[in-house]
Design a protein around this ligand. Structure first.
Ligand code: GDP
Ligand code: ZN
Length: 299
């Protein structure tokens, strides 16, 4: 058998994967069926995955035969269903993108995304866009997020942007941008990386040569070592319904303390002898985190 080649998944369509090798070569691949039988990742190879492949005999198409362990991931957690639905793998940064106005900010969603980032070992950054549309530099709804350990950056196409910091972060990491459509994600990336339109165009042109033109997910190179993973899953991220079980298991810090509550099925809301609430009162669980937890329950 030929030597395995190590590569990264940069696009995924139904049944096909497009990989980039370290040397920059693009290879179209299928995945070995047996790969999924013992995988804890369901039948998913996600964009961002580091995989090993061998070329088929005709040398035209590769066969993925193993996936390297993930450093981080974004997934839709479904408690009770063993399979995680991984949306993107090996993501460094999650830009939780909220417009100051238009559309109106919905801070509740931020908590969901913070929790998901935390769970997947992805570093969150709160990105406030369209700051030219508001007068206050610190809108009231932003305050709880200013108190927790979270970097907050501002962006405006008119003035007062943290552009240098954003270029550094996006240019040197693998990032995802989550948030409602219309908050200005594409505008921001195009503004900061003006050459990008061209690169995206090239990628699409290449894809359309083949017969599998539907792109479900892709990783866009914005700089030498900067990548943005853009997938429908990422764009919708955080908007699906969580049930109460999900939420409880979704807050790692709260889950960690759960075992000490008097009632084993404690929801940590108004039950007596709730260890989680005691820890909040003692300041060992941040009250904003707990507020976010309660808000998710209330929704
Ligand atoms: P996406 O769906 O998140 O990618 O959002 P877009 O980048 O497509 O932007 C949606 C709309 O918001 C467009 O009409 C943009 O011109 C507008 N927009 C984006 N950034 C800003 C900004 O900083 N200030 C203002 N006033 N409008 C913006
Ligand atoms: Zn409790």
């Amino acid at each position: 058998m030929a030597d395995p080649i190590s590569a990264i998944v940069i696009r995924r369509t139904k049944g096909f994967y497009y990989l980039r090798t370290l040397g920059g070569q693009e290879i179209e691949c299928k995945a070995k069926g047996s790969l999924f039988q013992h995988s804890r990742y369901d039948n998913q190879i996600a964009v961002g995955d580091q995989v090993n492949l061998v070329m088929e005999d005709d040398q035209k198409i590769g066969l993925i035969h193993s996936i390297e362990p993930r450093k981080s991931f974004l997934s839709r957690v479904r408690v009770g269903i063993a399979a995680e639905q991984v949306i993107a793998a090996n993501v460094d940064l999650m830009f939780i993108t909220i417009a100051a106005r238009d559309p109106e900010p919905r801070p509740g969603l931020i908590w969901r995304m913070l929790v998901a980032a935390n769970l997947g070992n992805v570093r969150p950054v709160l990105l406030l866009t369209k700051t030219d549309l508001i007068h206050h530099r610190h809108p009231a709804w932003l305050r709880p997020f200013e108190d927790i350990d979270l970097e907050i950056l501002k962006s405006s196409k008119v003035r007062g942007s943290d552009d240098n910091r954003l270029v550094d972060l996006i240019g040197e990491n693998t990032s995802v941008f989550v948030g409602h459509s219309g908050v200005g994600k594409s505008s921001l990336i195009n503004r900061l990386f003006p050459g990008l339109d061209l690169k995206v165009g090239e990628v699409n042109e290449k894809t359309s040569k083949g017969s599998h033109t539907t792109t479900y997910a892709q990783m866009i190179q914005v700089a030498e070592s900067g990548f943005v993973i853009d997938t429908p899953g990422v764009r919708e991220f955080g908007f699906w319904n969580l049930d109460k079980e999900d939420i409880r298991d979704y807050f790692p810090l709260i889950r960690q303390y759960s075992g000490h509550c008097k009632h084993s099925d404690c929801q940590h809301l108004s039950e007596p002898h709730c260890f989680v609430k005691e820890e909040v009162e003692a300041g060992r669980i941040h009250s904003d985190l707990y507020q976010g937890y309660m808000k998710l329950f209330a929704e």
